[in-house]
Design a protein around this ligand. Structure first.
Ligand code: FAD
Length: 510
């Protein structure tokens, strides 16, 4: 049964609250997203209870001139990617919550064979974690930093965190998908069955189908995590150590490597206080070398501990001994595995308290090749962002060989590339949001002008020429061919602004 309710565009005619987009004022969450920069009122929000409901909505859209369909995960995009102006928004959380049981264990024969979780596309990674660990002592290997994101939403982009260098991104950790294509067909696909559809959908920005179910490999869940942070004044030493760590053989590697830039000041959000971890020591700036610049760097590592393992503190100290960080600025704690993976919930709680969670988020995420990251640091981090961004400035490496080139994700050329995530939180009294959006544009232009080997992660472009440049000639050709094959009317994910909805006269199999 399909449950649908209408948040008619007419509702937007209600008087606007000062400072709020019309759609927000009208109470239609599906008209905007976490970014809070875009307002696009849908004709209706559909709450599917099954893959058939998703197929029916897509088929209905195919028969209605100009109608589009956007799957909405948890709406944590920042540029309207899950919106559909005048179209149908599929609330994928409804599909997840209506499925009983929500998750299912697959495989796991007594002999210790591979185990998988079958999870709905609209499940939160947090739900997958709690179910896996509590019910079966099992968990996926690859995560995002924040887990209140949906499985379908991150698989449509990439899904990265400190585990990516070792275990691959989330798009490299999927065994099978159930997808409803833009043709209204429900297909189960995998690397061996309909592989072209499987790889198209992974990192496919929602363009080729709606993920209604994903089969995620599971492994034994660690019990505890030894979590450590160290500080650098030199970017060259920071990147040399980070790249050494992510290229260690598995038996000598951490399970997680991340890092961030921060301001050399006592600013509570941007400066020294952002470094110590819960239960860790105080940041003593007297330990910084004379001549340390305005920007410092923090490398963050974690090693998992399983129930029958010894304490990991000594192992972590040994593994970190060759690093060239500032001695004395070391922070470490032992935390439970679920607590470690849920660490960003504390950031969310604080941001909700101070109002910055519901304020706009002009975020910018980039992948920048190791070849150009030192120049990027000089021109952008030290050159444009030396006062901080009122939120984390993540800068950490991962390996291209952990990504399957058949997926739709666009990556830089080099084997080692950095995630640069400018996660701006707008607190009252800071720069105007327009200025921050303009600064993001200036950073992208600087990357292009300086010829950096880079790609936008969560790209937001307008028009074919920009998208073709993003993908590069060969990958763009493949992206366009896949679109013609799986969504010829360009019904799906209109908020990405890649393909205009085609007139219904184009042939479509229904
Ligand atoms: P939405 O924003 O709802 O959707 C994103 C896109 O995917 C849209 O185009 C939508 O149409 C499409 N889509 C959604 N569901 C489906 C589906 N079932 N089938 C097909 N298409 C679908 N990302 C990382 O990689 N690593 C991080 O550590 C990380 N941390 C974050 C922390 C915060 C606080 C926030 C707000 C975001 C973070 N992200 C991170 C970004 C996140 O991965 C993206 O926002 C992503 O879009 C997932 O969010 P969502 O599930 O809400 O999807």
């Amino acid at each position: 049964m399909m449950l649908a309710y209408m948040d008619r565009a007419a509702a937007a005619a209600e008087p606007e609250d000062a400072g709020e987009p019309a759609a927000v004022a009208a109470g239609c969450a599906a008209a905007t997203d976490f970014g809070g920069l875009v307002s696009a009122m849908p004709a209706a929000v559909v709450r599917p209870a099954s893959a058939d409901d998703v197929a029916n909505a897509i088929r209905a859209a195919a028969l209605t001139a100009g109608l589009t369909v956007a799957a909405r995960g948890n709406g944590h995009s920042v540029a309207g990617q899950a919106t559909a102006e005048g179209g149908l928004v599929l609330d994928m959380r409804a599909l997840a919550l209506s499925r009983r049981p929500q998750m299912q264990l697959v495989g796991c024969p007594g002999g210790g064979g591979p185990c998988f979780a079958d999870v709905p596309g609209g499940a939160l990674w947090e739900e997958v974690l709690h179910w896996g660990v509590k019910t079966h002592g099992l968990a996926p290997a690859s995560w995002t930093d924040y887990l209140r994101l949906t499985v379908g939403g991150t698989l449509s982009n990439g899904g990265v965190s400190g585990q990516s260098f070792r275990y691959g991104p989330q798009v490299s950790n999927v065994a099978e998908l159930e997808v409803v294509t833009g043709n209204g067909e429900c297909r189960v696909c995998s690397p061996s069955s309909h592989p072209d559809l499987f790889f198209a959908v992974l990192g496919g920005l929602g363009q080729f189908g709606v993920i209604t179910r994903a089969r995620i490999p599971l492994r034994r869940a660690p019990q505890q995590v030894r979590w450590a942070r160290v500080v650098y004044a030199s970017f060259a030493e920071y990147t040399a150590d980070a790249e050494w760590l992510v290229t260690r053989p598995p038996d000598a590697a951490f399970d997680y490597v991340e890092g961030f830039a921060f301001v050399n000041s006592d600013d509570p959000v941007n400066g020294w206080p952002s470094v110590p971890i819960p239960g860790g020591a105080r940041f003593d700036p007297a330990l910084l070398p004379a001549g340390a610049g305005p920007v410092l760097y923090c490398l963050e590592v974690a090693l998992y501990r399983y129930p029958d393992d010894e304490d990991k503190a000594a192992a972590v100290s040994r593994m970190m001994a060759p690093l060239k960080h500032v001695r004395g600025l070391e922070f470490a704690a032992d935390v439970g595995y679920v607590d470690f993976l849920s660490r960003v919930n504390r950031v969310e709680e604080e941001a909700r308290r101070n109002g910055s969670w519901d304020a706009p988020h002009p975020w910018l995420n980039l992948f920048v090749s190791a070849r150009d990251i030192a120049d990027f640091d000089r021109a952008v981090i030290k050159g444009m962002l030396a006062d901080g961004i009122d939120g984390p400035m993540l800068v950490y490496p991962m390996l291209k060989s952990k990504w399957d080139p058949n997926t739709s994700v666009a990556l830089p050329e080099g084997e080692i590339f950095y995630l640069v995530a400018l996660l701006r939180f707008c607190r009252g009294g800071g720069p105007a949001v327009d200025e921050l959006v303009a600064q993001n544009g200036a950073i992208l232009r600087a990357c292009r002008a300086n010829g950096y080997d880079h790609k936008a992660y969560f790209p937001s472009y307008r028009g074919e020429a920009e998208w073709a440049r993003h993908f590069g000639a060969a990958r763009w050709r493949r992206f366009v061919e896949r679109k013609a094959r799986y969504d010829p009317l360009a019904i799906l994910a209109p908020g990405q602004k890649i393909f205009p909805r085609a007139p219904a006269s184009v042939a479509v199999q229904l």
